[in-house]
Design a protein around this ligand. Structure first.
Ligand SMILES: [Zn+2]
Length: 314
C-alpha cells in the first residue's frame, strides 16, 4: 500500500474483441452466478501499485519519481482492464479503491459511469473501504508480497517504513490475505489477484486457487523481469473475465473471531507507547497485540495505528 506510494491501445482493442465475442454468454453467466436475475453483479476492485507491470522502485511509485506520471497511467490501465471485464460480465455497480500511497493515483476521468472511486486516507475499511455484503466479488490489482517474504518486489505489509510483521490469529499475513479476511467477514469472496510471481504465489497459498495474473517475475526487492503494460492488461482482462464466469467456485475467506492482531514495529517507541492503552498488550520489544471482535474492529485499530500522528492537521 504505502510506497514508503501512454495510454495502452492494446487494452482497448482486446476489450473490444471480447465484447464482440462473448457479451451474451458472459451476461448470462453473470446472472446465474449472482444467484438470480434480480441481483445485479456488483464488483469491488482494490488497487495497489507495486504489483503493476514494470514497477520496481520509488521512481514509479511516488509522485516525485521521474516515471510516476506514466505509471499511474499504467495502474489505471490495468484497473480499467478489470473494470471492462466486469462490465462485459454484466456488472451493475463497480467500486474501485485507490489503495496505494496517497490514494490519489488513479486517473478517475478514465472510468465508465457505473464506477465509483474511493480515494485518500484515513478511511474505515482501509484498502477495502466501501465494501459491504451486497458485493458479489472482490478483485485485487497490483498487489505485492508481504513484509516477511524475502523475495517480492517492494514487499511490505501496510507500511514499509514502520512495520516488520503483521499477523492475524498467529499467521503472518500479506495485505491480500488481510483484505480477503475483511471481505470474507462480509461474505464476499476474492476471485482474482494480479502482482509479481512471488506476491501471487503467496496470496494463493492462503486463499486457494483463485484466478491470477503474474505481471512480472521478481528478481529482487528492486528488480524484475516484466510484461509490457499492454500484455499485462490483456491478461488481466482475460483473468477477471474467467473468474467472473465461475463465481460459484470461490468461497469467502473467513477467519475465526475474535481476531488477534499483532504488529511488529521496526522501532521500539510505537510498541512502548501503544501498550499504555489497556486494550493493547506488549508481546515483546517491538510487538503489540490487539484482540478485536471482528475484522471491522481489527481494521479500525490498524488504521489508527498506521495513520495517527500528534502532528496531524487540520
Ligand atoms: Zn502500494
Amino acid at each position: 500500500m504505502k510506497p514508503f506510494g501512454l495510454r495502452s491501445v492494446s487494452c482497448s482493442l482486446v476489450a473490444g474483441t471480447f465484447l464482440l465475442l462473448g457479451l451474451a454468454a458472459q451476461r448470462k453467466a453473470a446472472a446465474q452466478t449472482a444467484g438470480d436475475s434480480s441481483k445485479k453483479l456488483k464488483v469491488y476492485i482494490s488497487v495497489d501499485m507495486e504489483g503493476v507491470a514494470g514497477t520496481v522502485t520509488a521512481d514509479q511509485l511516488i509522485p516525485s519519481g521521474f516515471e510516476y506520471e506514466r505509471f499511474r497511467r499504467f495502474m489505471t490501465d490495468e484497473t480499467m482492464a478489470a473494470v471492462r471485464a466486469a462490465n462485459e460480465a454484466g456488472a451493475g455497480e463497480i467500486v474501485v479503491s485507490d489503495s496505494h500511497g496517497n490514494g490519489e493515483n488513479l486517473l478517475i476521468e478514465e472510468f465508465p459511469k457505473n464506477v465509483r472511486i474511493v480515494r485518500s486516507w484515513p478511511r474505515h475499511g482501509g484498502m477495502m473501504a466501501g465494501l459491504d455484503s451486497s458485493f458479489s466479488a472482490a478483485i485485487f490489482i497490483g498487489y505485492h508480497a508481504s513484509t516477511t517474504n524475502p523475495k517480492g518486489v517492494r514487499a511490505h505489509t501496510f507500511s514499509s517504513a514502520h512495520y516488520a510483521r503483521v499477523t492475524l490469529n498467529g499467521n503472518a499475513v500479506t495485505e491480500g490475505e488481510y483484505n480477503a479476511a475483511y471481505a470474507g467477514a462480509k461474505g464476499v469472496p476474492v476471485i482474482f489477484v494480479s502482482g509479481d510471481d512471488v506476491a501471487v504465489a503467496e496470496i494463493k497459498s492462503r486463499l486457494g486457487d483463485i484466478e491470477s495474473v503474474e505481471t512480472k517475475k521478481s528478481l529482487g526487492f528492486h528488480s524484475a523481469e516484466t510484461l509490457t503494460p499492454g500484455v499485462s492488461c490483456e491478461k488481466i482482462n482475460l483473468g477477471v473475465k474467467s473468474a467472473l464466469s465461475r463465481l460459484h467456485d470461490f468461497k469467502p475467506y473467513v477467519i475465526k473471531t475474535p481476531v488477534t492482531l499483532e504488529i511488529t514495529f521496526k522501532n521500539y517507541t510505537p510498541a512502548e507507547l501503544l501498550s499504555y492503552l489497556r486494550s493493547v498488550e506488549r508481546v515483546d520489544s517491538h510487538t503489540i497485540r490487539f484482540v478485536g471482535k471482528d475484522m471491522d474492529e481489527i481494521d479500525d485499530f490498524e488504521e489508527f495505528v498506521g495513520n495517527y500522528n500528534a502532528d496531524l492537521a487540520p
